[in-house]
Write a protein that binds this ligand. Structure first.
Ligand code: AGP
Length: 614
């Protein structure tokens, strides 16, 4: 997902910006750019598609002399990854420079109004509207600072914006809207560094101001003035952050897994961006390369994957059957590949895999191809064997996942499956447009909802101190929460080495309930869905047999805590998207349990990030 870097001080801004963007490369991007203001108040923007070395060549050949500027690594959402769509974007007068991370959900309406006012646009992006909104407010007599505040107030969606004006180079404005799109500011000696995450600040500063969602900062060489969304002055105190060079990629986090869980609001945003037209409420998946006619012939869908990817596929079955009416099943790749499956040219096989290199999943794809099936892959790795083998691709857009335990790729797979199921239902005229409107509305709430969950720490520490010494755990769920129970158990197994079993709650009476006693904690997934009452009954049966219950429940549920020993609350969410919110607490539970047990969290014993051998 996109990266923002800004600098104001006495050094060569272009060099500082290039170095900062290089430290943000790990976030994934397809183009980059910088914008600086020279000593004679000229705004210069230099951009290049592809890797940062392309930008570096452009910067070297023009070597702009400036001590203030902003830079950006872009992950294309609206508009192809080319030079004109790269950030920074400018206004009509080339005086306002902006860089943006996130989605302006209402950009189409804003752009229409600005076009009517005579603004000329030079890109196909949503982000560019911000530069023109600032210009428009300045034209109405506002200062750059006020114009920036007026502009960002009009933006819908979760994002981060940083901007600079050529005629007021003594300060940079930056803001966060919602939980996605982090902004942290490194304090130097008469210089300040602004970045999307602390990784880019490691060699520059250990004194950091972290901007809170809804806050706006005016950053000058020696000062940061922060106001909240209501315009009230906020007293901020920079934090001393201990950096370890080896931890450079982790920023302020102890492990990559912790960081990757925390960045899920942004990565979900990346999965949605560029695929949802918020004005027409249409979903577009350009990379799937299957025509409407081809999709209309599909009469059966088989999702194949291993481990976490299989669990996502199991949740995807609910989404696909509900939103498209097409029969779907999820299968373990290693079983599918050897059972001589009945597959025809009217079967769509969707392989799921963050690496795109899992040997069993590749073999399953080859089997399906031999039998003339259409093949799609939901994958996080471009140019992998899976993306080369498939007829079409749905990029997970989760950015590089370094922790062996899959977290953000799991959530992005769920969102990708939901987008695909909605797209398929709409393409085959099964899904009414009205439903599409509601489902898009629910999708765009997710980054903020996940942001609320990942900020909570205490409940997981409390539970982990109680459960980390357990040798066995049970996870139960019904319907679309059943694969979440399996996934939660897998997370716990693979990073804390605690035996954990996931199962359908309906299965309990058929044997596993014999395991229940006061030594077996049970994690019960009981959000307010159509299985809620059944889950309460199951939890009562467990309780009466002495079991300890850790429930994942919906905010505002006043009943559940009468039965559960511990309750983790998550925001309300439509049924088909609920695994996105209920699985995050299970990631955090596994993380904190593994931490308490002193396990190697990012590189668990015996595991590999991609299983390329049988
Ligand atoms: C998940 O945390 C594990 N690392 C593992 O189960 C993984 O999901 C599985 O090996 C599949 O990998 P893939 O998504 O790269 O195909």
């Amino acid at each position: 997902m996109c990266g923002i870097f800004g600098y104001i001080g006495n050094q060569n801004a272009a060099e500082i910006l290039l170095d900062g963007l290089q430290r943000l490369e790990y976030r994934g991007y397809d183009s980059s750019g910088i914008g600086v203001v020279t000593h004679d108040n000229q705004a210069i923007t230099l951009k290049a598609p592809g890797k940062i070395q392309n930008l570096s060549s452009v910067v070297t050949s023009s070597s702009p002399q400036a001590t203030v500027g902003i830079g950006h690594t872009r992950w294309a959402t609206h508009g192809k990854p080319n030079e004109k769509n790269s950030h920074p974007h400018t206004d009509c007068l080339n005086k306002v420079l902006i860089v943006h991370n996130g989605i302006v959900e209402n950009y189409a309406d804003l752009k229409e109004t600005l076009l009517k006012q005579g603004h000329k646009f030079s890109s196909d992006t949503d982000s560019e509207v911000i530069a023109h909104l600032i210009e428009s407010s300045i034209a109405d007599g506002c200062s750059f600072e006020s114009a920036f505040v007026n502009a960002v107030k009009q933006l819908k969606g979760a994002q981060a914006v940083t901007a600079l004006q050529s005629t007021t180079p003594s300060y940079i404005m930056t803001t966060r809207i919602g939980n996605a799109g982090g902004i942290c500011i490194g304090h130097g000696n008469k210089e300040m560094f602004i970045a999307s995450d602390i990784t880019a600040l490691v060699p520059l500063s250990d004194t950091i101001t972290f901007l809170e969602p809804g806050h706006t900062a005016k950053v000058s060489q020696s000062n940061i003035v922060v106001h909240n969304a209501e315009g009230r002055l906020i007293r901020t105190k920079p934090q001393k952050v201990v950096h370890h060079v080896t931890n450079a990629g982790k920023g302020q986090f102890r492990h990559f897994m912790e960081k990757e869980i925390a960045e899920q609001p942004e990565t979900i945003l990346a999965a949605i961006g560029g695929r949802v037209d918020f004005r027409s409420n249409k979903i577009d998946l350009p990379e799937i390369s299957l025509t409407k006619k081809q999709l209309a012939t599909v009469n059966r869908i088989i999702l194949v994957g291993m481990g976490t990817s299989l669990h996502a596929g199991m949740a995807g079955v609910h989404m696909i059957e509900t939103l498209s009416g097409i029969p779907a099943v999820a299968e373990n790749s290693s079983e599918f590949r050897y059972r001589n499956p009945v597959v025809s040219k009217d079967t769509l096989v969707i392989s799921i895999g963050q690496s795109g290199e899992t040997v069993d999943t590749l073999a399953a794809m080859e089997q399906a191809k031999l039998k003339q099936a259409k093949i799609l892959t939901i994958c996080n790795t471009d140019n992998s064997q899976a993306t080369r083998l498939a007829d079409g691709w749905i990029p997970m857009r989760a950015g590089l996942e370094i922790g062996v335990a899959a977290t953000k790729t799991f959530l992005n797979t769920l969102v990708s499956l939901y987008l695909f199921a909605s797209y398929l239902g709409n393409q085959t005229n099964y899904l009414a447009d009205s439903f599409l409107n509601n489902s898009i509305e629910s999708l765009v709430k997710l980054p903020d909802q996940i942001g609320q969950i990942v900020q909570e720490k205490k409940v997981y520490l409390d539970i982990a101190t109680k459960t980390h010494e357990q040798t066995n755990l049970m996870y139960i769920g019904r319907g679309i929460q059943y694969p979440v129970a399996l996934e939660g158990a897998l997370k716990m197994k693979e990073i804390s080495y605690t035996h954990a079993e996931g199962m359908s709650a309906g299965e309990l009476k058929h044997g596993p309930i014999a395991l229940i006693d006061n030594s077996l904690p049970v994690i019960a997934l009981a959000p307010k869905d159509h299985f809620y009452d059944k889950m309460l009954n199951t939890m009562s049966e467990i309780k009466t047999r002495g079991g300890t219950i850790i429930a994942v429940a919906t905010d505002g549920d006043t009943q559940i805590s009468k039965i559960a020993d511990y309750t983790i609350f998550v925001p309300a969410c439509p049924y088909l998207l609920s695994p996105v919110v209920t699985s995050v607490p299970l990631q955090l539970l596994a993380y904190h349990s593994a931490l308490a047990r002193g396990c190697d969290i990012d590189q668990p014993r015996n595991l590999a990030k991609s299983v390329t051998v049988e």
